[in-house]
Design a protein around this ligand. Structure first.
Ligand SMILES: Cc1cc2nc3c(=O)[nH]c(=O)nc-3n(C[C@H](O)[C@H](O)[C@H](O)COP(=O)(O)OP(=O)(O)OC[C@H]3O[C@@H](n4cnc5c(N)ncnc54)[C@H](O)[C@@H]3O)c2cc1C
Length: 391
């Protein structure tokens, strides 16, 4: 049976997130976009409201929300500000490898504090020389006594300057490609760990992005996640769980772009009529709505599959579909929305240019659109069972 009805608890959660987004996030979103300041005060309120660290299990003090619950929250936040949403929900990206690969002792030690106070976790695969090609990580580690010694440079790390801990993906010295990769919990105050200046960005300016430098950083052996050689798998398993949230971010942003554009079209006159009376404008609005419905459904389906723990690569493919179509359609929707604003869409004083700049990132982080297509096409050419066999 297929049921698209949200539970009463999910509707309550969605309403709570919507109220928070409208009252606490939206009113300050332009300011943080313009100043590039880190929105710690807003994030602290989200933490206090129980709308952060959504995936941390109850056992460690967290809300233990499922993936479907989480995408409902994330859509509401990103409708108000994509940058703040990235700042808040990157904690789920950072803590997921611990939830998936950590021992009981590691989970108690590292997850519980996130629920007691406002803390930040960053996830670090990317480096100056690689992003898409996770197996190409160059940051290295070697064991010395009871420690692992990490050396290398991470780049693009969201909330890098504010992180209390990093999950660092590194390769055993002398190894090549996938098998040599391991993941480590690295507290930010570890000797030999430093961060670069905040990177100035096109969009998502309310999220911090920075380099993380590791120079003979000593990490106790107890901080290895899973076993040595599990790093690549852990990174990919994390993305399966977190990519639906990017679909949700894209949905929320696209929804706001559509609403702003419709509102503007109802007020703007051209050729003696409201521009909303022109078929070309109506078509764009209709396409926006249909695409938003489609990306929300893809996102919900992928999130539902994650919650069902559906076996095999098929959940991975569903997550990639949600992220790919979400990112591509959000970019198209916000481009059309800006078009409906005409020249005013190009001005800083209108909200649509911020959405346009913010949307671009969804096609890039957590695996570019090309990488999502690679995941999907690899499935199609290797695993997909055609229905039409005799041709
Ligand atoms: C604002 C921001 C925040 C980020 N946050 C984080 C974070 O918190 N943690 C983290 O680890 N990383 C983070 N990233 C890094 C992000 O994941 C990478 O930028 C992304 O994976 C792409 O890697 P790249 O920039 O090195 O591009 P490349 O991998 O060099 O790719 C360049 C181009 O080539 C294409 N390409 C590459 N390989 C293939 C292929 N096999 N087939 C077809 N096309 C291909 C890509 O799609 C892209 O168009 C962030 C990036 C940004 C911009």
């Amino acid at each position: 049976m297929i049921d698209f009805q949200l539970s009463d608890e999910q509707i309550t959660l969605q309403n709570k997130a919507r109220k928070f987004a409208l009252e606490e996030v939206l009113p300050v979103s332009q300011r943080y976009d313009q100043t590039g300041e880190f929105p710690r005060d807003v994030i602290a309120k989200a933490h206090k409201a129980g709308l952060m660290n959504l995936g941390i299990p109850k056992k460690y003090g967290g809300p233990s929300f499922g993936s479907l619950d989480s995408v409902l929250v994330v859509e509401e936040f990103s409708a108000a500000c994509a940058g703040m949403t990235t700042s808040i929900y990157v904690n789920d990206l950072g803590t997921t490898p611990i939830i998936l690969g950590g021992s009981e002792a590691q989970k108690q030690q590292w997850l519980t504090p996130f629920m007691k106070e406002l803390r930040f976790a960053s996830f670090a695969t990317s480096e100056p020389g690689m992003g898409s090609d996770v197996a190409g990580i160059q940051t290295s580690y070697e064991r010395k006594g009871d420690n692992f010694i990490l050396n290398g440079n991470k780049f693009w790390i969201t909330n890098g300057n504010f992180a209390d801990l990093f999950v660092i993906f590194a390769r055993q010295k002398g190894t090549k490609r996938h098998q040599g990769l391991s993941a480590f919990i690295v507290p930010a105050d570890t000797k030999g760990v430093s961060t670069g200046k905040p990177l100035k960005k096109l969009g998502h300016r309310a999220s911090d992005t920075a380099a993380v430098i590791l120079r003979n950083a000593e990490v106790p052996v107890e901080n290895l996640l899973g076993s040595e050689g599990m790093g690549f798998l852990l990174a990919m398993m994390t993305f399966v769980k977190t990519r639906p949230a990017i679909g949700a971010m894209a949905t929320g942003l696209a929804r706001s772009a559509m609403e702003y554009a419709i509102n503007y079209a109802k007020q703007r006159d051209a050729f003696g009529k409201k521009i909303s009376s022109f078929q070309a404008i109506q078509d764009m609005a209709a396409d926006m709505y249909a695409r938003i419905e489609a990306i929300r459904l893809l996102t919900w389906k992928a999130a539902w599959m994650v919650d069902q723990k559906t076996d095999g690569n098929i959940t991975n493919v569903a997550s990639s579909c949600a992220k790919l179509v979400g990112a591509e359609d959000a970019m198209k929707i916000v481009t059309d929305a800006l078009q409906i604003y005409g020249g005013k869409g190009y001005l800083e004083q209108y909200p649509i240019q911020k959405l346009f700049r913010d949307a671009k990132l969804y096609q890039i982080y957590e695996g570019t659109s090309q990488i999502q297509r690679y995941v999907i096409s690899r499935y199609l050419f290797k695993e997909y069972e055609p229905i039409m066999k005799n041709f």
